[in-house]
Design a protein around this ligand. Structure first.
Ligand code: ADP
Ligand code: MG
Ligand code: MG
Length: 909
């Protein structure tokens, strides 16, 4: 313990326009402490104080209370003396008392997750001193009752334990308000406040068995330790886990001289933003309260007023308040205290320029003097994030690289999907929560079966889980809700691909398909009942919630243009339909990295021919069915190639196990038997025959093409004929034919032969030709190992990281939900490897595959087409592996473009 104290400074002072620390020291001083130091150093008026480092918090968890106090004692005493001399007052003195606040502050802001105590240092004697010193009895006793209340809650643990529990102090206050027939805290008389202090101390004694501590030093240590403890409180742990912040970061503790916003009519407190956090508009705005302290504004004890005149006028309009009434009862700070307002406005300007970002600030006015208590980069919506970054660039505060780095790629998602009207959301009744599998907002009527998805205009497809057979229904529904499955469940993957709102794995849902009833918490919802899904939070809401179409701003387009200036790696899209291809192109995709041909077969008129093909027992029978499929595939490819004119389109040959295409329900099996003029038993037999123990490792991918080459032939013909047809119309196409699931080079060579032969045949027939590539997916670990061999023949590699992850880990994607959540909870895995590429392990296979492939063929084109292609950290990995492109679902194209540009900027730095 001595060691820490000897080698490192454990307490940093600030105040009086100087500071030991600065804003770069967030890891050590926490965000709040680092910025208090910085503000003090640049001359912004902050009350003097000191910061105990986050390292002490970590030590405290090891050493315990007594040893920590011993370690800190000397430095803290010295620092208090420093504050005393600046403030010309004395801590614990009953004639000229100094009060302090003890504030938490981790390296990242964790709003409301940890604790703060204000007005510390008061007892029965000191309060008298405060009365005499300020000549303000009301203020002194108000501060005292606030102190006991906060200290009781934070340090003595007298907080409500559950949602139904009432805060014991609030209860006493409510009682008194009722008795006195008043509504507001400010209406308490001095005698009321004295009574409250008496009653508060009484309840403390009753609840804790001890008197409320009167010794200011005991109070101080109690508060410091409580702040340390709050780092390991339930709220903080939950928030940390959610955001992936490690437990060993710890929190700093800031001890600071109190300034008082509760000294009467010329005092107050507030919060302000240098720009609009919702829209990004460059307008200064904020809220304040007269005669109040800290938390009153955020906690909504009273309705706060607006800082600016403009804001106040806007607010009054919404609240339908007449101008005269507004001016008299709800004046802005600008109107009420013009000189304070001017000063505040100046500081917000100084701070924004200094930090070169939108600031969220806390301020307090004590008897006509302004103090700034906190500043930080403000949280903002996706829309505001984009606008602010672009505006700062235009204003010359940041450069292009910095502007790109200011955009959080994943937050762009918010901008691309329909959104709920935030005002409507405030009144929403949330009935359950699931995984936010695909962002967006959806309102619709419940249906339980995919084929009933068009029953109403807007439907929410509500399923225990979904299967590929539900695809069409999913496409028709406004949103998808499943009781089972994770973020990589079929429903989730497909929904993200569609840009469709989806909540998966909502365990609280009980679904009875037979009765068509959804039960949540004992309440029943029937088919046709309205529900709403917030795909961004996972909230399931009863009834309708108004939505709005997002509008893509000019700034959004500008950011995208900027990405092209810096990105070296291209972004393609995974698109199976012309509609998806159009979206991808509109988002600036450089091509299509994956067209899955099987999805085309699920449509009603095609699935029949497909099933016929599967059920055929002979090559002849199969060829006959394939003949029916050929024109359909050809027209599909034509449509997609046309949309993607001039850009490459990678088409993957048939991949999934055949049993996914055959009907599993008796009624459909009967229909099929009738259609094909065979017996029901024959259909049933074939279905049973196709059943596999582990279909993911079964008869699929190029194993299909190698056992049934006529399928590869048909698909190749469809692709080449489509391209030739377009060529006649003067449209350039760049097809890239991709063989899936190759594990040995012979598997590829055999398929390549079929493809080239078929293509040549078509060229001859048509007396024309086009350029095309033949490549392979690398998604089986062995393929990565044998990459130099495979590259001899393949024109390109595309890493299928979904399968590669699955096989490298030996986790079946479909069954992983049984243990993955536990693994993540226990920390056995940090993140779901199906969501975030496992760079350490699977990444080695990718690196090795790329290197070995390029050893053989230096200009080998390499890309990735798994779900990871749209995940920012995985995109950065791909950039660093020198890939040519990533490919992701259309709605993630802008995210990947940004991530690609950011990776290039970071690598260059
Ligand atoms: P949080 O991180 O939850 O915002 P803070 O430590 O910032 O907690 O404090 C809560 C409130 O108390 C804020 O409004 C802050 O401005 C106010 N406050 C903190 N310290 C002081 C102080 N020394 N004087 C006056 N108000 C303070
Ligand atoms: Mg704060
Ligand atoms: Mg695959």
């Amino acid at each position: 313990m001595e060691a820490l104290q000897e080698v490192q400074t454990i307490v940093y002072q600030f105040g009086n326009k100087t500071a030991d620390g600065n804003s770069k020291m967030k890891n050590l001083l926490g965000g709040k402490g680092a910025n208090l130091a910085e503000m003090s150093a640049i001359g912004v008026p902050v009350p003097p104080g000191f910061t105990i480092t986050t390292e002490v918090c970590t030590e405290y968890n090891r050493l315990g209370k007594d040893a920590t106090i011993k370690m800190l004692e000397e430095d803290v005493a010295m620092s208090i003396t420093n504050i005393e001399s600046i403030m010309d007052a004395k801590f614990g003195d009953s004639e000229n008392p100094l009060l302090i606040s003890v504030r938490s502050g981790a390296r990242v802001s964790m709003p409301g997750m940890m604790d703060t105590v204000l007005n510390l240092g008061l007892n029965d004697e000191v309060v008298q001193g405060l009365v005499d010193k300020t000549n303000n009895e009301r203020f002194a006793w108000d501060s005292y009752r606030r102190f006991i209340q906060m200290y009781g809650g934070v340090v003595l643990g007298m907080k409500p334990e559950s949602k139904d529990d009432i805060d014991p102090f609030e209860e006493i206050m409510e009682h008194l308000k009722e008795k006195r027939d008043i509504q507001l805290d400010t209406q308490f008389t001095v005698q009321d406040l004295k009574d409250l202090v008496y009653d508060f101390k009484d309840i403390v004694k009753k609840r804790t068995g001890h008197d409320f501590p009167t010794d200011p030093w005991e109070q101080l240590w109690g508060a410091v330790m409580a702040v340390f403890d709050s780092w390991n409180g339930d709220r903080a742990i939950y928030y940390r886990t959610m955001n992936g912040y490690p437990a060993d970061w710890g929190t700093a503790v800031n001890v600071q001289a109190m300034v008082y916003g509760n000294m009467g009519e010329n005092s107050g407190t507030g919060v302000c933003f240098t720009r609009d956090a919702g829209t990004g508009e460059n307008v200064f705005n904020g809220e304040y309260l007269i005669d109040a302290q800290g938390e009153d504004v955020v906690a909504g004890v009273r309705t706060p007023q607006q800082v600016t005149k403009l804001g106040s006028e806007r607010w009054a309009k919404l609240a339908k308040i007449e101008e005269a009434d507004r001016l008299e009862n709800y004046p802005s700070l600008e109107e009420l205290m013009p000189s304070i307002y001017e000063e505040l406005k100046q500081y917000q300007d100084v701070l924004e320029k200094h930090y070169r970002d939108m600031q969220d600030m806390e301020f307090t006015i004590q008897e006509g003097k302004l103090w700034i208590l906190q500043t930080r980069n403000g949280k903002r919506t996706g829309a505001a994030m984009v606008k602010i970054a672009m505006d700062l660039l235009k204003e010359g505060l940041i450069d292009e690289q910095e502007c790109l780095l200011r955009i959080e790629p994943n937050k762009l998602d918010e901008l691309l999907h329909p959104i709920f009207d935030p005002r409507a959301l405030k009144m929403a009744n949330v009935i359950a929560q699931g995984l936010p599998a695909s962002p967006g907002a959806a309102t619709g009527q419940i249906v339980f079966f995919a084929d009933e998805a068009r029953m109403y205009k807007n439907t929410i497809l509500t399923r225990i889980e979904t299967s590929p057979e539900d695809l069409e229904g999913m496409n028709l529904a406004k949103g998808i809700l499943t009781a089972r499955g994770g973020m990589t469940s079929h429903a989730a993957v497909v929904a993200r691909g569609m840009g469709k709102c989806c909540i998966s794995g909502a365990g609280a849902l009980k679904i009875d398909y037979k009765k068509r009833v959804l039960t949540v918490d004992g309440k029943e919802y029937h088919q046709g009942d309205w529900i709403s899904l917030n795909g961004s939070t996972g909230n399931i809401i009863e009834g309708k919630v108004a939505t709005m179409e997002p509008e893509l701003s000019g700034e959004f387009a500008q950011i995208m243009t900027l990405t092209d200036r810096y990105a070296t790696m291209e972004v393609r899209a995974n698109a199976d339909t012309p509609k998806d291809a159009k979206i991808a192109r509109s988002f600036g995709a450089n091509g299509i990295g994956l067209t899955r041909t099987e999805h085309m077969f699920f449509e009603i008129d095609r699935i029949r021919a497909m099933r016929e093909m599967i059920l055929a027992d002979t090559v002849k029978g199969r060829k006959h069915a394939l003949q029916e499929l050929l024109p359909m595939q050809r027209s599909d490819f034509e449509a997609i190639f046309e949309v993607m004119e001039g850009l490459p389109v990678t088409v993957r040959l048939l991949d999934p196990p055949l049993h996914e295409f055959v009907p599993h329900q008796l009624a459909t099996q009967k229909e099929l038997a009738e259609d094909m003029h065979i017996s029901l038993a024959a259909v049933k037999n074939k279905v049973a025959e196709l059943e596999e123990f582990n279909p993911m490792l079964g008869h699929r991918g190029c194993r299909l093409g190698n056992t049934y080459p006529e399928i590869t032939e048909m698909q190749t013909r469809a692709i080449i004929e489509a391209a030739l047809n377009l060529k006649e119309k003067g449209i350039t196409t760049k097809p890239e034919i991709m063989v899936p699931l190759v594990g040995t080079s012979n598997e590829f060579i055999e398929q390549e032969k079929v493809i080239r032969e078929t293509a040549n045949k078509v060229f001859k027939e048509r007396n024309d030709s086009i350029e095309y590539l033949v490549g392979t997916m690398i998604e089986i670990p062995r393929a990565a190992l044998m990459a130099s061999e495979i590259a001899k023949r393949a024109d390109f590699f595309s890493f299928g990281t979904n399968d590669l992850t699955q096989m490298a880990f030996g986790y079946s994607r479909d069954d992983a939900s049984k243990f993955l959540p536990v693994y993540i909870e226990k920390g056995i895995l940090k993140v779901d490897p199906f969501e975030v590429l496992d760079q350490e392990g699977v990444g080695q296979l990718i690196q090795m595959g790329t290197e070995r492939g390029r050893d053989t063929k230096p200009d080998l084109k390499v890309g990735i087409c798994g779900e990871h292609g749209g995940e920012p950290s995985s995109v950065e990995f791909c950039h660093n592996t020198a890939m040519n492109y990533v490919s992701c679902s259309p709605f993630r194209v802008p995210i990947a473009r940004l991530a690609s540009a950011q990776a290039a900027v970071r690598a260059a730095r």
